[in-house]
Design a protein around this ligand. Sequence first.
Ligand SMILES: O=C(O)c1cc(=O)[nH]c(=O)n1[C@@H]1O[C@H](COP(=O)(O)O)[C@@H](O)[C@H]1O
Length: 475
Amino acid sequence: MNFFDKLLVAMDRNQSLLYAALDPDPEVLSGSERSSSLRQLWDWLPFVISQTEELVSAYILTLDFYQALGIPGLELLQHTLATIPPHIPVILDAKHSDINTSTAFARTVFETWMVDACTVLPYAGHEQIAPFLVYPAKAVFVLCATGNPSAAVLQEHPAADIPFYLHLVKESQTWGSPEQVGLKVGAAMPDILAKIRATAPERLILIQGTWSDEQDLAKLLSAGLNAEGQGLLVPIPTELLTAEHPSQEIEKLRDTINQERQRVIEGNPTCDLWLPNVCFLQSDPHRDLILQLFDIGCIIFGEHVQASGATFPYYIDLRTIISKPQIFHQILGAYAEILKQLEFDRIAGIPYGSLPTATGLALRLERPMIFPRKEVKEHGTKRLIEGHFEAGEKVVVIDDILISGKSVMQGAEKLRTVGLHVEDIVVFIDHGKGVKDRLKENGYRGHAVLTLSEIAETLYQSGRIDGSQFKLFVE
Ligand SMILES: O=C(O)c1cc(=O)[nH]c(=O)n1[C@@H]1O[C@H](COP(=O)(O)O)[C@@H](O)[C@H]1O
């Protein structure tokens, strides 16, 4: 089970958005009645787990506190990890590593310590985060805003209405799906949290730090919860964790948070036009993909002439996906799910837009690829079809979008003229309006990952487009 699903199950099971920090922080412990000797830490950390395992949805371990204790600290880390019940996800707060070390560090975190997620620093860009994201079942939380007073000068640069932290949020949205990339935000800044939530309604936000009273907690929750009363991971204040009997107070806190969640849900009735009460956090790979495609600018508004000669008030440009490896990878995964159901000898991409996709699929599924040329060269081999094939073989054709269906059928016809059998055409987006029937009339079965109406509904539901833009799609 991946991190995200494990978290959802734990949230549901314990009805909780709380996490407990299992940190051997000498300062915290020396202020309590508990002592911080190593021996006592070995007892205290399992005690906290036993007091909270029915009340939290995750545990967080801050690597620095363990490392500061030297070799015994790392042994304590292993001991603590082994004590956590396996159904509760573990996040390592370890904003470590540099570009040249993140591959090795990600391996240690996810393969040796086997934690479910890790916090990361975003300043070195996607290259540094990517080694963590190659583990599809794991996740990262990108640090985007802290409450340190002197951080404001960086976070809010160049101006409060276009702050750097929102730029960071938007950039990290392109790094990975909401299941794999969450955000980490300081607790003391409800205004900033609200802006981050508005920019990233689909992301999980890990709250760092604490609040001063119940009123502050309510502000934090109303700023950070999504419309379904979810999407936040809230820390248990350390004074509760170090109390003599932590569970009672923690249970009260959990219930207070749940009441606030209820208020948020009641204050946000879902649109009854077409929507069931869909939870943002529920795993829906198509939803993730649609939001990411929008965020990287694949869906453009404005009058655009189409291949068919018609003019539409929008254009869907999937060609840019090749420059976003994480998204491209997910798109290939979605195509692959369809291809796995089909029988074929070779994969054919329609030039130019779909050649990278067909290549990615051929490599991923380990199947041979060919392609029909757009224009036959006047020199060289003068081939119509590039790549090796035998007449009589079955070919599945890959294209990006079906609008009138003309482009893909022209490509498929070229394959047919050399004796190849083409029945299945797989695209990413089906524009609708009967195009699949047109394919059928010409002897092809059309398969699509997404429909245009599904895209429009998701974008509208998530607040990415307004009602008038939604109408442009459906009309
Ligand atoms: O040119 C287009 O019509 C077009 C519109 C659009 O919004 N997005 C888009 O990618 N296209 C291109 O149009 C082709 C499909 O158009 P049809 O031949 O009408 O099905 C796709 O393969 C794209 O190359």
